[in-house]
Design a protein around this ligand. Structure first.
Ligand code: ZN
Length: 182
C-alpha cells in the first residue's frame, strides 16, 4: 500500500522525468500517471509509474517511468482463453535500463533486485538498453527490468493489455495499488 501523499509525490517525480524526454504530453495526461507499488510497500525499490496513451481492444502504448534503481518485478503475460497473451516491445527513451529475460544468465549482472526478494527473480540474461534500444517479448516470456542510476523512461508497445492477469513470480505482488489516506 501507499499513502495518498506518497502517491502524489511519485506522480510528480514521474512527470518530472517524462518532461525531460520532450515527448509531447499534455498536463492532464501527466496528472493521470498511475503509480504501481505492486503491493510491496517499497515503491522506491519495487514498482513502476505508468502513463497509458493508447489502450484499445487490440493494442496498447504506455510510457513507463522508473526511479533510479527502481525495479519492475519479474512477470509473464499469460495466455487467456483464446487470447495468446500480451506481446510487448520495451523501448528505452531516456536514461538506461537493465532488462532481463530467459537464456544464458549474464555472469555479472548490473541490475540488483531488492536483496530480500532476490529468490523471486529467475531469469538473468541481461539486455542493456540505452535510448533508442528496444526488445520484444513474446507472450508467456518471463521478464523484469531495473532503471540505471538516473532512472528511466521507456515505452511499452503491446497487444491488448490485461494487467490484472499478469503473473508475477513473487507471490507477494498484488498488481492493484491500495492507497491509504494520510
Ligand atoms: Zn511485461
Amino acid at each position: 500500500m501507499i499513502s495518498r501523499r506518497q502517491y502524489a509525490s511519485a506522480q510528480q517525480r514521474a512527470a518530472d522525468l517524462l518532461r525531460k524526454t520532450r515527448i509531447a504530453l499534455k498536463e492532464d495526461e501527466l496528472k493521470r500517471i498511475e503509480v504501481a507499488d505492486m503491493g510491496l510497500s517499497e515503491l522506491d525499490q519495487s514498482g513502476v509509474q505508468i502513463l497509458t496513451l493508447v489502450d484499445t481492444e487490440k493494442i496498447a502504448v504506455k510510457l513507463l517511468t522508473l526511479f533510479p534503481h527502481q525495479t519492475e518485478p519479474e512477470h509473464v503475460h499469460p495466455q487467456i482463453g483464446a487470447y495468446a497473451g500480451k506481446e510487448e516491445t520495451i523501448r528505452c527513451e531516456w536514461g538506461e535500463l537493465f532488462l532481463y529475460g530467459p537464456g544464458e544468465p549474464t555472469p555479472h549482472p548490473r541490475g540488483h533486485p531488492p536483496q530480500h526478494r532476490r529468490k523471486t527473480y529467475t531469469v538473468w540474461k541481461e539486455y542493456h538498453l540505452l535510448p533508442g534500444d528496444q526488445i520484444t517479448f513474446q507472450p508467456g516470456t518471463p521478464h523484469w527490468f531495473q532503471a540505471g542510476e538516473q532512472g528511466c523512461v521507456l515505452w511499452s508497445f503491446s497487444t491488448k493489455v490485461v494487467d490484472t492477469a499478469d503473473v508475477f513470480t513473487d507471490p507477494e505482488v498484488q498488481r492493484v495499488t491500495v492507497i491509504i489516506e494520510d
